[in-house]
Structure formats: structure tokens, C-alpha cells
Design a protein around this ligand. Sequence first.
Ligand SMILES: *Cc1c(COP(=O)(O)O)cnc(C)c1O
Length: 417
Amino acid sequence: MSEPTATPHTDLSIRAAELDAADELFKLRERFALPEGVVYLDGNSLGALPAAVPGRVADVVSREWGELLIRSWDESGWWTAPERIGDLIAPLVGAAPGRIVVGDSTSVNLFKALVGAARLVAARGGAESGAESGGEPRTELLVDATTFPTDGYIAASAARMTGLTVVPVEPAELPAALGPRTAVVLVNHVDYRSGRLHDLPGLTAAVRAAGALAVWDLCHSAGALPVGLDAHGVDLAVGCTYKYLNGGPGSPAYLYIAERHQAAFDSPLPGWNSHAEPFAMSPGYVPADGALRGRVGTPDILSMLALEAALGVWDGVDVEAVRAKSLALTDFFLECVEAYVPAGRVESVTPAAHAERGSQVALRTDDAAAVMKELIARGVIGDFRHPDVLRFGFTPLYVGFADAERAARTLAGILAA
Ligand SMILES: *Cc1c(COP(=O)(O)O)cnc(C)c1O
């Protein structure tokens, strides 16, 4: 860890040094190129730069593009990058190979997932479908009322297109809101504002028991904690790769399609890249098998291959160990805040219970925007969320306990001034 200002030898700073010394993930920080003197607690918005990325991007540009030119679609594996990189993300979210495809933004993948889910429900016949069995038709798209805004906007449009009605529901109220009219349910795994972790296994089971489909947004969980998509029977999921997966600004997102839905998944964006025989250039559309049918058009190769290189930081890393360190870091940060910050100046909106906490701490305070500006000026980078939230994201691969202590101490200094 860098020490830009002398660290006072408080009990907490001594403990931080001991915790870092005992941390088996501490050395992973060497896989990143982080500026000296900065405590980076915004990896839940833009992950840090993995050290292998600049060289790989330079090679893709100068050799694969510059020299090999069009041959690279085959010879450099460009064409198959979306599914190959999907298979690199798969173990991080508990998916088997062949279930994840990379490309487009999270917003676009949400559109594919939600319309695709509505079509799966509509296409189901027999006893499973309320309408077919003489019951009520499934007309409702339940949407996490605390969702990141883009999910809500896309859900509203997907509902209009598929004839569903959006029903906003607080995640805690979901089990009670499910019923014979529920078609699809969209939930954010971790609330981007508060850092609250929702119960993916329990809610997915409840959604499926109600005969509906569960779509999960993993933007704030993938790369920070185990997800278990296959094990928990998730139907569809999306996530971005520029947060805890460190893919770089605007790096492509991904779509997960459970194996049992792949044969019937009917993408609302059936571009030629998802065709069974894209180079047959035939006028009729025939979807490819598997998660490939989540592809749309020509992939953004430069971003995609930067992401592939970035995923190398996960070599040999156990997501369970990442989760354990994440909880220890957020616990320790909260303890330091409690010890250093004048009483009553901040209030944590992040759940204290481990089972309900993602990998960030959100603190509510007056003047949050000005406080964050000053924190950044002092080398502690977090972010501000309207109207009064300071967000601190803890990426266990490159954040240490001394970082957490320094962040809390710097915050206390600002709030005491
Ligand atoms: C970051 C984030 C997004 C971002 O969507 P983009 O299409 O990549 O801009 C969407 N949903 C959630 C829950 C997020 O946290």
C-alpha cells in the first residue's frame, strides 16, 4: 500500500497493517496498474486497470488489426470472442460453459432478456400457462422498485412491446406480490445505492414456484461475491463488465440464458451474428444454438479483447475468498468510520448483516457532494449518489485494510473541519 501521508499509529492503523500482512489476496494488487498515493474505492463504478491490458490492446491494434487485417476474424479468434469471453465470466457467476455471451451494453442485454422472458412465458403452453389452463393470463412484469434507473426504463419499454404491465415492487415485498398473473420478475442482485444484497436463491425459487421467470441484474455483484446462477435456477441474467470485472470504460456486458431456455429463447434483436449460419447470408433467420442467440451485430473487438485480458486477473482466484475479504473490508471500514468520525455526522445505509451486504458501503451525510469532492482531492476516490449518499466500493483484488483505514480517517478529518 502506498503511504502518501504519515499514518498515525492508532490501534486501527496497526490492525490494518496486520490484516494486510495476513491477507492471502493482498498480492493480487500487483496484477493492477494503480496510481501511487490513491485509495481507489470506486471499482463498483469503473474497475481499475489490470496491468496486462495496455500491452494486449497495443498488440490487438498493431498486429492483429494492423498486420493480419481481416484474417484476424479467424486467425486471432475475433469472431468467437463473445462466447469465449462468456465462458471466462461463467465460473465467476456460477454458470457452466455455453450459457453466457458477451456483447452490447447492460441496457441492451436487459432488453433482450426481458422481451425474451416475456416471449418464453407467452410461448409456454399447457398446464404451466395460466391462460391455457383456464386461469388468468400472465400480464405482469414485476420490477425491483429500487432498481438502477436504466433497468426501469428498459422494462417499461419491454412491457409496452410485449403487452405486459410493469408493477414496481420493493424486493422485500416480492414474495407477497407474486401470483398467477406474474409473467416476469426483474431484480438487481445488489442495490447500487445502498449496497443491499438481495436473496437471489430464495427469490428465484419463489418466482419459479409462482410459474414466472426471474431475470437478475448482476452489475454490482459479479466479481464481488458468488452468484450461483446455475445452482439457484436463475432463468436469465445480465451484467456489466466495467465494474468489479475491470473490463474498462464501456466494456461489453453479458447475457446469461439458462440451458433449459436456450432452445426456445427468441431474441428481440436477432442480428446476423446470432444466425445459425451467419456467412450463408440467407434472407431467412434461423437462430444459432445456445447462448449464441444472444449475439446481435459485429462485436466491438477492441473493448472485447481488453476485457478478455482484464479477466486474466482472476487466474487462480477463488470467488469465496474474495467474498470473505470483501465482508472483512467493509466491516473494518465501518468500524474505522465509527471510531474516527464525529458521532451523528454520517449514517450507514448499507445493511449490517453480512447476508444482506454487497461489496460497498454507502454513508448518508449532509453536503455529500462537497464531502466527496474533498475526499477525492485528498486522494480517496469514492463517488456521490444523489441526493446525500457517499459510496465506497471495496474491490478485494486491489483494496487493502490500510486503504479502508486511511479512507475513514480522511473522511473523519473532512467532517471534523
Ligand atoms: C451500472 C449498471 C447498469 C449500467 O447499464 P449500461 O447499459 O452499462 O450503462 C445497469 N444496471 C445496473 C443495476 C447497474 O448497476
